[in-house]
Design a protein around this ligand. Sequence first.
Ligand code: NAD
Length: 499
Amino acid sequence: MQELTHYINGAHVKGTSGRFTDVYNPATGEVQAKVPLASADELAHAVECAAKAQPAWAAVNPQRRARVMMKFVSLLNRDMDKLAEALSREHGKTLPDAAGDVQRGLEVVEYCIGAPQMLKGEFTDSAGPGIDMYSMKQALGVTAGITPFNFPAMIPMWMFAPAIVCGNAFILKPSERDPSVPLMLAELMEEAGLPKGILQVVNGDKEAVDAILDHEVIQSVGFVGSTPIAEYIYGRGCANGKRVQCFGGAKNHMIIMPDADMDQAADALIGAGYGAAGERCMAISVAVPVGEQTADRLIEKLVPRIEKLKVGPYTGGNDVDYGPVVTAAAKQNILGLIETGIAQGAELVVDGRDFALQGYEDGFFVGPHLFDRVTPDMDIYKKEIFGPVLSCVRAQSYEEAIGLAMDHEYGNGTAIFTRDGDAARDFANRINIGMVGINVPIPVPLAYHTFGGWKKSAFGDLNQHGPDAFKFYTRTKTVTSRWPSGIKEGGEFNFKPME
Ligand code: NAD
């Protein structure tokens, strides 16, 4: 049995806490490795190494720091297939989807190559007689991030690339479900020229997370995962005086107007609802057709497409549409919610409960499901299912449809499918959700924009990547300077305007 490690101070380090958890191959259900769960002492050791290394790294000029990112991009491209395979083996997603996971992280690394431009401060010449004023964007020091299982390459890179290029050290606590790719990324960063101690991977569970939240040297914490944990981390991290940003769960609605191209809408729903087995925070889990006729036409288009979906292991060839979910517990949770949906009166139009795959009987596969006539009081509507389950809520008007999305507690992503520019514009303006697609089902912003939800999908003031990341990972210092030849007066006791 492979025993995974931590990555501390430039070396793979065995866990010493004596606690481990199993890492599965979700396609076969087999345990393929065990990962150590760090103690508070192991975390403290990583922080100590980071704190020693960070000042010298912050003193490296931004252009040189950016060159490490440049090299890292070329190494990611070199190792793309290897990374995708390791990712699929632990997560279960298809190989092209795993390569996409790496690619979307890589694009943020590319954006970080622009650090010299992003980190330029401001300067006012002669703000007063002989007085200059300038502001600097300085690194925070030791920063940390806690990431979810569903994007084990992309989300760590969204955090550590901007943190590190800004001159910080970064401690990554990845998901214990799929920790191998984060360890590989740390090795590649070092191969790209990053000094030891600047990027460290500490594997673990709540104990390591709490140690991060309570360690006084750690200046900031980034979190992506489920909403209850996001709320907990935001509260405890802020109470301990840290800068914190937390991104949580989702229930993304797609509104289908009567004038939408129904084939296009159905195709979009298939990819956005069932891709990656629905284990995406930007997955569409609720379809809201406007009008009974629209709903009937949509269901008619969806059913044959869903029945054609090919579910299989990542080794099953290019025509596999999606793989298993991540753990047996995740599968049980999804199947439990499906039973609740039936009990509460939703109409199960496509029933994937009997899904079985020969040779993979112990894998965590869940067949595709489609519910129609779901209502807002049902658990399958209120809760994030995080599985291949699409719920259709029939709305009688556009106002009812937009009201549904606005009243839901989550506000990560949403989409409208229509040919009507007025409706699309009104939707984009009024909706209280962070990322909006117009005839685009998964509107994930590119690296140079920012990513973040509203309502219970995000806690904190700044989004991920784009210009916000440079704000999150630096603090501003403003200097007012006057040299001795400009000092002509004695003591000043009152504020006075600059002359
Ligand atoms: P999770 O909340 O179970 O775990 C996320 C991280 O928190 C992991 O590193 C885990 O070890 C840690 N953790 C788990 N329980 C903890 C506890 N009690 N105390 C402290 N730390 C704990 O989430 P997950 O299942 O890995 O990921 C799926 C969730 O992430 C979904 O809700 C999904 O919507 C969300 N997600 C959100 C975004 C976004 O940008 N909004 C992106 C991806 C995933």
